[in-house]
Write a protein that binds this ligand. Structure first.
Ligand SMILES: NC(=O)c1ccc[n+]([C@@H]2O[C@H](COP(=O)([O-])OP(=O)(O)OC[C@H]3O[C@@H](n4cnc5c(N)ncnc54)[C@H](OP(=O)(O)O)[C@@H]3O)[C@@H](O)[C@H]2O)c1
Length: 365
């Protein structure tokens, strides 16, 4: 499997590469991104090496990410070659008004117009709800998105960071009403973050929505450059240092479980002579029902390395070693769906649980 092999997005005819380009690092506003010129080099490298799927959001770097992408597409005159994904939900208006955040019809329409302006295009290929707002009826969201498809302003629909029941209900509404279905579920998935396995892998499979994995390197942890005690580590530069300095999420990543996973990853990477980041990306890409993996980079060396992540196979025994080291904790009631309990329903293992694959290789290159 290489980057030049394309797949259909969910149950659509849209062909996308398995590695999508994450652009949350386009712009310096959040303290750990890139200036424009460096971002453009990463963008160009990605496209020149077989990628066609670019992901952004209205709120990334305060809108700069979308602006850069708009400028880059204009300078390359290649809008039609790109499958462009963007997102809405977070409050992005300067007034911070009550209706300028969330998934209401009013806010979706407002924020889409602003994204289109920044992106200098008149449509978005995949428009993604960024986060459940716990308030707007899913009926309002799905109808609004379908209207936007009818108007030609968006082509396809995705969900990110929503409860599985919500996504399932959204998809049922789409099916029942002939709306544009959910084609992608954008969720955090990596060797250090496997909780989506409890619900979302099956959800994607049964609802024909492909998983788009975000933060496949755990924000850089799985590249192997950090050591326990990230806060005190002076010889390394990277996002997790900045997030530490800002008092953010890193403390939750700097823990014994994760360092054990990093150690196993290092052993596997040495055994097959591939960079740790590539092995971590390859692991995520090869999990059941993962359609695309979002690669992020702040340096050319990183994007060069990451774009090669599908060029090799991790042998089965080493895949097993990684799986075991990173296995998510069994959680109730999911323990009931594991083989040990299912054997009490289907004695002697007479029934296999193998739903059909939902995405098809279209083998166009
Ligand atoms: N839907 C959502 O809620 C959501 C949330 C987060 C992200 N996303 C999307 O997913 C994309 C990827 O997320 P992410 O940036 O968190 O992914 P990630 O792969 O976990 O982290 C990427 C970061 O790791 C470091 N890195 C990457 N490759 C490396 C290499 N080969 N060697 C050493 N360090 C390396 C770089 O940061 P440093 O150079 O700073 O170390 C890079 O920016 C985002 O751009 C965005 O499009 C979506």
């Amino acid at each position: 499997m290489s980057i030049e092999k394309y797949y259909t997005l969910g149950k659509t005819g849209l062909k996308v590469s398995r590695l999508a380009l994450g652009t949350m690092t386009f712009g310096k506003e959040w303290g750990w991104g890139n200036e424009k010129e460096a971002a453009q080099q990463i963008f160009d490298y990605y496209l020149d090496h077989g990628g066609n799927f670019v992901d952004t959001a209205d709120m990334y770097t305060g809108g700069t990410s979308e602006e850069f992408i708009g400028d880059f597409m204009q300078s390359r005159n290649n809008r039609e070659d790109i499958v462009l994904a963007s997102k809405f939900t977070f409050n992005t208006s300067s007034s911070n008004a009550i209706n300028s955040g969330g998934n209401s019809r009013k806010n979706i329409r407002r924020t889409l117009e602003e994204s289109l302006k920044r992106l200098k295009t008149d449509y978005i290929d995949l428009y993604i709800l960024h986060c459940w707002d716990k308030l707007t009826p899913v009926e309002e969201v799905m109808r609004t998105l379908n209207d936007l498809v009818s108007e030609g302003k968006i082509l396809h629909v995705g969900l990110s960071n929503v409860p599985a029941w919500y996504a399932s209900r959204a998809q049922m509404l789409a099916e029942a009403n002939g709306y544009e279905p959910i084609s992608a579920l954008q969720l955090e998935y990596s060797l250090i973050q496997r909780t989506i396995e409890h619900e979302y892998i099956d959800l994607g499979q049964y609802t024909n929505a492909g998983i788009m994995a975000w933060s496949p390197l755990g924000g850089g942890l799985l590249s192997g450059k950090y050591k326990p005690g990230i806060d005190d580590q002076e010889d390394v530069e990277g996002r997790l240092k900045h997030i530490t300095d800002n008092g953010g999420e890193v403390s939750s990543k700097d823990n014994k479980r994760n360092w054990n996973i990093v150690k196993t990853l290092q052993e596997v990477s040495e055994e097959i002579n591939q960079p740790m980041a590539s092995v971590a990306l390859n692991w995520t890409a090869n999990q059941p029902n993962v359609a695309s993996v979002l690669v992020g980079a702040t340096k050319m060396k990183q994007i060069e390395e990451n774009m090669k992540a599908l060029n090799f196979e991790i042998p089965a025994d080493l895949m097993q070693k990684l799986n075991e080291a990173s296995a998510p904790q069994a959680a109730n009631p999911y323990t009931f769906f594991q083989p040990k309990m299912q054997e009490r329903i289907y004695p002697d293992n007479k029934v296999g649980h193998k739903p059909p694959h939902y995405w098809k290789s279209v083998d166009i290159g």
